[in-house]
Design a protein around this ligand. Structure first.
Ligand code: NAD
Ligand code: UGA
Length: 458
C-alpha cells in the first residue's frame, strides 16, 4: 500500500520532528520511529509530545496513525523497512580514552549491530546523528561482518535543524546534505534519498558529496556557528571596558555582506546539546591526527564560552557589592534558547550553580523548561524555588538575570516588577533583549552584555 517503508531509530529532538516532516510531506511513504525508551514512545503517541517545538503538534496530529507511527518494536520494524535513519544520541564520552572530548559511540554501535541482526533484506542506512568523520566506515564494517548476503549502503545525511525553529528548518532547509560512497550502489542509494527530499525541498538545495565530506561538514558547520558567538562575546567583554556598544559593533561588522549579520547576538554564552560536544569532537579528531595547532584554535571557541559564563557571574558579584549571600536572585528563563523546553548545556545551569555557591537564593521561571530545570538542579544545596509567573517570581528579589531570550520577558510591566522588588534592584540582561534606558529610568541598575552599565550609584 505504501511506496516505501522508512524507519528511524531514535525518537529524540531530531528523529521525531524530522521523520514527522517526511511523513507529512510524503503520504505515499510509511514512516515509523522507534526508540528503546518506552516512555518517550508513549509520549509521542499521546497528546503531550515529549518535546516542545512550534508547529510540531499540528504535523504529528495530521499524520500519526495515517502514515506516521511511533513504536518500541525495533526488531519487527527493522525487518519491515527499506530505509533506516539512525538518529540516536552521540554525547561526549565521559570515561576511558578521550573522556570529556571524543564522541561516545556506544549507542550507534548497538544500533548497527541490531540492524545487522534483524535485517532479512537489503537496506539503506542513513546516518542522521552527528558522527565523527569515518563513522560510516565503522558502520559498514559492523554491518557486513556476517555472511548473510544482505547488502547495506551507508549514507551520511546530517541534520542542520535548530531547536525552537525545527519545523521551519525542516520545511525550508537552507540545504540538505547527502554523502555517499561513489560506487554504483552508493550512488543509487544516494539518489533514493534525494528522491525522498525532492518531495518538498527544491532540487538545487539538495547537495551531494562524498561521505567523509558530509560527515565533516556537519561538525564544521556547528563549529563555525559557535565560533561567531564566541567571537562576538569576546568583543563584548572589550566593549564593557571601553564604552563601545556591542550592538553597534555587531551591526557595523555584520553589514559587510562577506561577514553577514546573523548569529552575532552577544549573550551570556551559547548552550544546547550540540555546539560544545561537536567542537570537542572536532578538537579530539584533530589531536588524534596530530594537528595540535588546529585543535587549539577550535578549543578556543569553548574556552571563550566558559569564560563568558564565569564573567557574567563575576559581574553580578561585583555589581552587587561583592557578596550574594542571602540575596534573592530571579533567573528569567532556563532553556538554552527561546521556544524550546530543552536545557541541555544551558548557560542557566552553570549560572544557577555558581550563584548557589555564592550562597544566593534562587527563583527560576521559564514558560517551558521548569521540569528540566528541576532535574538539572536536583540535589543542589540551598534554596531554589520554581514558578511559572515572572511577576510572582521576581517579587521580593534583589536582582533579575535574563538567561533566555523568551519574547515575553521583553514585554513585561517592569514598573510593576520594580515596585515589588528589594532595593537597590538590579537587572542583568544576559540576552540584551530589554529596553535598558527605560529600565534605568524606572529605577533599576542595569547591566547588559557588552554595553556600559546604567547605575544610580555615583
Ligand atoms: P536525543 O537524546 O533527544 O534522542 C536520541 C534518542 O535515541 C533517545 O530517545 C534514545 O532513547 C534513543 N536511543 C539511543 N540508543 C538507542 C537504541 N540502541 N535503539 C533505539 N533508540 C535508541 O538526541 P537528539 O537531540 O535527537 O540528537 C540525536 C543526534 O542528532 C545527535 O547525534 C545530535 O548531535 C544530532 N543533532 C541534534 C540536533 C538537535 O537540535 N538536538 C540537531 C542536529 C543534529
Ligand atoms: C545548532 C545549529 O544552529 C543547528 O544548525 C544544528 O543543527 C544544531 O545546533 C545541532 O547540531 O544540534 P541549536 O543548538 O538548536 O542549533 O540552536 P542555535 O540557534 O544554534 O543556538 C545555540 C546557542 O547559541 C543558544 O544557546 C543560543 O541562545 C546561542 N546564540 C545563538 C547566541 O548566543 N547568539 C546568537 O547570535 C545565536
Amino acid at each position: 500500500m505504501f511506496e516505501k517503508r522508512i524507519l528511524c531509530i531514535g525518537a529524540g529532538y531530531v528523529g521525531g520532528p524530522t521523520l514527522a516532516m517526511i511523513a507529512y510531506k510524503c503520504p505515499q511513504y510509511k514512516v515509523t520511529v522507534v526508540d528503546i525508551n518506552p516512555t518517550r514512545i508513549a509520549q509521542w503517541n499521546s497528546d503531550n509530545l515529549p518535546i516542545y517545538e512550534p508547529g510540531l503538534d499540528e504535523i504529528v496530529r495530521s499524520t500519526r496513525g495515517r502514515n506516521l507511527f511511533f513504536s518500541t518494536e525495533i526488531e519487527k520494524e527493522i525487518k519491515e523497512s527499506e530505509i533506516i535513519f539512525v538518529s540516536v544520541n552521540t554525547p561526549t564520552k565521559m570515561f576511558g580514552a578521550g573522556a570529556g572530548m571524543a564522541a561516545d559511540l556506544q549507542y550507534w554501535e548497538k544500533t548497527a549491530r541490531q540492524i545487522r541482526k534483524d535485517s532479512k533484506s537489503n537496506k539503506i542506512i542513513v546516518e542522521k546523528s552527528t558522527f565523527p568523520v569515518k563513522t560510516a566506515l565503522a558502520m559498514e564494517r559492523i554491518l557486513t561482518s556476517t555472511d548473510n548476503e544482505i547488502h547495506f549502503d551507508v549514507l551520511s545525511n546530517p541534520e542542520f535543524l535548530a531547536e525552537g525553529s525545527a519545523i521551519k528548518d525542516l520545511e525550508h532547509p537552507d540545504r540538505v546534505l547527502i554523502g555517499s560512497r561513489e560506487t554504483p550502489s552508493g550512488l543509487r542509494a544516494r539518489d533514493e534519498l534525494v528522491e525522498i527530499y525532492s518531495n518538498w525541498v527544491p532540487r538545487e538545495r539538495i547537495i551531494t558529496s562524498n561521505i567523509w565530506s558530509s560527515e565533516l561538514s556537519k561538525l564544521v558547520a556547528n563549529a563555525f556557528l559557535a565560533q561567531r558567538i564566541s567571537s562576538i562575546n569576546s568583543i563584548a567583554a572589550l566593549c564593557e571596558k571601553t564604552d563601545a556598544d556591542i550592538t553597534d559593533v555587531a551591526y557595523a561588522v555584520g553589514m559587510d555582506s562577506r561577514v553577514g549579520n546573523k548569529f552575532l547576538n552577544a549573550s551570556v554564552a551559547f548552550g544546547g546539546s550540540c555546539f560544545k560536544k561537536d567542537i570537542l569532537n572536532l578538537v579530539y579528531l584533530c589531536r588524534s591526527y596530530g594537528l595540535d595547532e588546529v585543535a587549539d584554535y577550535w578549543e578556543g571557541v569553548i574556552r571563550i564560552n566558559d569564560y563568558q559564563k564565569e564573567h557574567f557571574v563575576l559581574n553580578m558579584l561585583s555589581a552587587m557589592f561583592n557578596t550574594l549571600v542571602g540575596k534573592k536572585i530571579c533567573l528569567f528563563g532556563f532553556a538554552f534558547k527561546a521556544n524550546t523546553g530543552d536545557t541541555r548545556e544551558s548557560p542557566g545551569i552553570f549560572i544557577a550553580k555558581r550563584l548557589m555557591e555564592e550562597r544566593a537564593e534562587l527563583v527560576i521561571t521559564d514558560p517551558k523548561a521548569l521540569n528540566n530545570a528541576m532535574i538539572d538542579l536536583e540535589g543542589i544545596e540551598g534554596k531554589i524555588t520554581y514558578a511559572e509567573d515572572p511577576y510572582e517570581s521576581s517579587a521580593g528579589c534583589d536582582a533579575i538575570a535574563i538567561m533566555t531570550e523568551w519574547e515575553i520577558y521583553a514585554n513585561l510591566n517592569y514598573e510593576k516588577i520594580y515596585r515589588s522588588m528589594s532595593r537597590p534592584a538590579f537587572i542583568f540582561d544576559g540576552r540584551n533583549i530589554l529596553d535598558h534606558k527605560r529600565l534605568f529610568e524606572i529605577g533599576f541598575n542595569v547591566f547588559p552584555i557588552g554595553k556600559t552599565a546604567l547605575t544610580h550609584f555615583s
